[in-house]
Design a protein around this ligand. Sequence first.
Ligand SMILES: NC(=O)c1ccc[n+]([C@@H]2O[C@H](COP(=O)([O-])OP(=O)(O)OC[C@H]3O[C@@H](n4cnc5c(N)ncnc54)[C@H](OP(=O)(O)O)[C@@H]3O)[C@@H](O)[C@H]2O)c1
Length: 323
Amino acid sequence: MTKAIRVHAKGGPEVLEFEDVALPPPGPGEVRVRTTAIGVNFIDVYHRTGLYPQPLPFILGKEGAGVVEAAGPGVTLLAPGDRVASANLSGSYATEFNAPESALVKIPDGISDETAAAMMLKGMTARFLLRKTSNVGPGHTILFHAASGGVGSIATQWANHLGATVIGTVGSEEKAERAKRNGAHHTILYRSEDFVARVAEITGGSKCDVVYDSVGATTWRGSLDCLKPLGLLVLFGQSSGPVKDFEPILLAQKGSLYLTRPTLFAYTATRKTLDETANDLFDVVKKGTVKIEIGARYSLKDAAQAHRDLEARETVGSTILIP
Ligand SMILES: NC(=O)c1ccc[n+]([C@@H]2O[C@H](COP(=O)([O-])OP(=O)(O)OC[C@H]3O[C@@H](n4cnc5c(N)ncnc54)[C@H](OP(=O)(O)O)[C@@H]3O)[C@@H](O)[C@H]2O)c1
């Protein structure tokens, strides 16, 4: 039996039920993990609301860390006692879960379980966004929306380290200060300022090579106007709602732009790409190049409050649940 946050009907945070759920022994290729810390992500909101439909009922949660307690038949990489983490679980909002060993990586010494739970999904996303959808480096100017959020806080530090000029949009003065501390060279208060005009001003009219937009509905059109000719819009989320009525001709009109709508899961689909991505992340975190900030901790049973705060734009950095 595991204690878990289960969704029986899609809806608001109130549909999150904390209940006992029977857990079978780990199947072939699976391990049983005792959870020590759980990452909260916007994708959990999309699953809860049904924007990304899931068969009901289901246990929420993609990201978490814990200790292997038992191994099913055919498991070769992991053994009881190993500390593990993942960004691709089916039900991490639980005191215990079963997962295929192919989804898990060992947490290296020097990285705590809480840090791992706070960074696997958000940090590996920052890595593939900066290194794989594009290859950001010196001479590049990027715009990163929601720069003080979970993904944004990590990406801002990493992009600065890679040598790019980083412009970050943020929802408040306090978040602007945080983004600057994380290495944003410029910040824009996009709730009160016209971010397109501000980007033009900051760049002297030359605009950005890449725009990273996870806000979606309220920003995507402006994001296109922040790009140089042949620039790249990486649309990787929809915190404000999904993009609708997109016409490809816009890309032509605004300078033969590129658009990608990537997912972490495609960029870490093989053992090789998962290990490469995770190891790169572990490396920058162990060196202190990227610091993982846990902005808030909640008890697992209070997951609904964590969702309310995330959706109300009240969180900064990573949010974790403690079982
Ligand atoms: N494609 C992928 O593989 C992938 C992987 C990970 C995450 N993502 C996406 O990346 C984004 C960030 O994820 P996260 O978990 O790290 O969340 P987060 O950035 O910590 O939270 C979302 C932030 O978006 C901003 N925002 C703007 N308009 C909003 C609105 N109407 N409602 C709520 N928030 C709004 C808020 O920051 P301000 O107050 O500063 O505006 C808020 O704090 C999400 O859209 C997520 O879906 C995509």
